[in-house]
Design a protein around this ligand. Structure first.
Ligand SMILES: Nc1ncnc2c1ncn2[C@@H]1O[C@H](COP(=O)(O)OP(=O)(O)OP(=O)(O)O)[C@@H](O)[C@H]1O
Length: 592
């Protein structure tokens, strides 16, 4: 990540971010923005006009007492404010529209981009952190477009018109009044620079907070069962305090320009009163022009002060832009190669050839694995925890790229076929059951978008789920709530089996599908799995050997190395480690 403290690059970097934001997201709304710019010019002119109108008010009405001027001047003042009001309304509706569109486009883009990223990225990033990019950061960007950048144009234009008016009224007085301006520029830039860093920290703290909250709400059962309410409350409270102190630091920094700008404004106005007042007393200047000038000057300081603060605001919002664009710039490592072809499944035989694999920055997890998984048969992976079973399984749908060697399905290297076709021929059922906050029907149809009701019911029947679904209040249309918490573990697993059933993929990966279930649910799920596995190439990971002892082939993996291959009865004879594993599970059962 680029740091903001490297001052020479910062202004360039700021402009790069703004350019990217405007070019990629504001450009499609150019028409709206042009119209908004026109209304901004009208607003700026209407803001300056009252200062000019002061001149006839003083000279014609108060000094010369011309009664004929009273109504026209009054009407002009009312007219100016009316025009300003209408123009401001149009301008804020237009910029609001553009800002909301930019948010919507950015959120869609960000999600479409992230969803293509590697699984590894999601495993290493908390969901709360990702969510905060979509909420906190994107909202800050909206303020950048609708608030800060718009005000930059509006206040900038107003300022220019006021300065022109002052020079028109009295160039010498204007030069004296504005000499203080350059003095304000340096501190304002400095504040802005520090602001980017401080707000980056605030946003990161917010992301951590979102993460903490979602973990706490998801793990409420655990928190309550362990009596951790107080500890969790303390953790949240610590985070809230952290955000408070960082936000306060940002507020202090953002407000630091106020005393300086007020003081400089006071000095300029003081000098003008001294010099200009003297001229009116001497008779070289008329009071109307002087009042018009001093009104313009006082009014100039308002947009000027806002502009001084604007840099700090902008830097705060650009810290968010930086975080969002950093995500957008991520390039997934697992993508189709240029010459990728769709996979052609014949029988669904899987071969691992001399596979080495390591997670990033870690030592090897799999070492020189060579293995053949027969088509249409069931192969079980067993072995001690952390041995590499799930890792091996994850290489088949290419969730990770191998470090060395090849994974082949029907003699086609998985890294050379299209990911879409590869994953469409694989169905995965794992112990971690993911159900969406939708109807039972939609959750099953997830396995085959557009599936008919008949196909859904057939899949549910085959997964031994039809009966319990029919007993639900609205049958297949029942909303199952977030992650199906209203269903039992076994019911949820049978829904996920129905989902795999409807996908009708030739290759089936089962990652401990029954390990989280009690014996009664397990039996029903086993029954559903047997139907699902029929005729498919199945690779199943199991902790309990009893669930896989009928497998056509069992592979014992330990510390990333294949220790033994064979059927249950063969392994009992040939592998001491397997026999011991079997023995220990048997005695566990006896104890139970
Ligand atoms: N995403 C990951 N990033 C880094 N290391 C990982 C990741 N996933 C697993 N590992 C490590 O790789 C090794 C093998 O893990 P793996 O999950 O494949 O084992 P396993 O045999 O399936 O274990 P278990 O039976 O407990 O599920 C372990 O040391 C684990 O800590």
């Amino acid at each position: 990540m680029k740091t903001e403290s490297s001052s020479p690059t910062q202004s360039f970097f700021t402009s790069t971010l703004i350019k990217r934001l405007i070019q990629n997201y504001a450009r499609p709304y150019f028409g709206h923005l042009i119209l908004a710019a026109v209304t901004m010019i009208i607003v700026a002119l209407a803001s300056v006009a009252p200062a000019k109108l002061i001149e006839p008010i003083i000279n014609d009405i108060f000094v010369a007492k011309k009664a004929t001027m009273l109504l026209p001047v009054t009407l002009m003042v009312v007219g100016v404010f009316l025009v300003k009001g209408i123009a401001t309304y149009i301008e804020s509706v237009l910029t609001g529209h553009v800002g909301q569109r930019i948010i919507a486009d950015l959120q869609k883009d960000l999600f479409n981009h992230l969803i293509l990223d590697d699984l590894e990225f999601f495993q290493n990033t908390t969901s709360g952190n990702l969510v905060s990019h979509f909420t906190n950061d994107v909202n800050k960007l909206n303020t950048a477009v609708t608030g800060t950048l718009t005000n930059l144009c509006k206040d900038g234009l107003t300022l220019i018109f006021f300065i022109l008016l002052m020079f028109y009224q009295d160039w010498l007085l204007a030069s004296i009044a504005l000499f203080v301006l350059p003095i304000a520029i340096f501190p304002v830039i400095r504040i802005g620079k520090r602001m980017r860093k401080v707000s980056g920290n605030v946003q990161e703290e917010m992301a951590g907070f979102t993460s903490l909250l979602s973990q706490a709400f998801q793990g409420m059962r655990l928190i309550k069962s362990y009596g951790l309410e107080k500890i969790e409350a303390n953790r949240v409270s610590h985070h809230v305090e952290q955000i408070f102190s960082r936000t306060l630091k940002a507020t202090r920094m953002k407000s630091a320009s106020h005393p300086l700008m007020e003081f400089l404004g006071g000095v300029a106005i003081g000098i003008v009163i001294l010099y200009g007042g003297n001229e009116v007393i001497q008779g070289t200047q008329n009071p109307g022009a002087f009042f018009s000038f001093i009104t313009a000057l006082i009014m100039t300081y308002e947009p000027l002060k806002r502009l001084a603060n604007l840099n700090a605001n902008l830097q705060e919002q650009l810290a968010s832009a930086e975080r969002v664009f950093k995500l957008m710039d991520r390039r997934p490592g697992i993508v189709d190669i240029e010459s990728a072809q769709d996979i052609k499944i014949n029988k669904g035989k899987i071969d691992f050839e001399n596979i080495d694999f390591a997670y990033k920055k870690r030592s090897d997890v799999l070492n020189n694995i060579t293995l053949s998984i027969q088509a249409g048969k069931t192969t079980a992976l067993v072995g001690p925890s952390g041995g590499g079973k799930s890792t091996l399984l994850n290489l088949i749908p290419r969730f990770y790229n191998v470090t060395r060697g090849q994974v082949k399905i029907d003699e086609q290297d998985v890294s050379k076929v299209t990911l879409k076709s590869l994953r469409s021929c694989i169905a995965l059922v794992s112990q971690e059951i993911i159900l969406f906050d939708d109807s039972v029907k939609a959750n099953i149809a997830f396995g085959r978008p557009g599936a008919s009701d008949e196909q859904i019911i057939d899949a549910a029947k085959a997964a031994a789920a039809h009966d319990f679904i029919m007993a639900l209040p609205q049958g297949y249309d029942t909303q199952i709530g977030e992650n199906g918490t209203s269903l039992s573990g076994g019911q949820r697993q049978r829904l996920s089996i129905a989902r795999a059933m409807i996908k009708d993929a030739p290759i089936l990966l089962l990652d401990e599908p029954t390990s989280a279930l009690d014996t009664a649910s397990e039996q029903k799920v086993q029954e559903a799995l047997r139907t699902l596995m029929k005729g498919r190439t199945t690779l199943i990971i199991a902790h309990r050997l009893s669930t896989v002892k009928d497998a056509d082939q069992i592979i014992l993996i330990d510390q990333g190395i294949i220790k033994a291959i064979g059927t249950h009865s063969e392994l009992l004879k040939t592998s001491k480690q397997y026999a011991l594993l079997s023995q220990s599970q048997l005695s566990e059962k006896e104890v139970a």
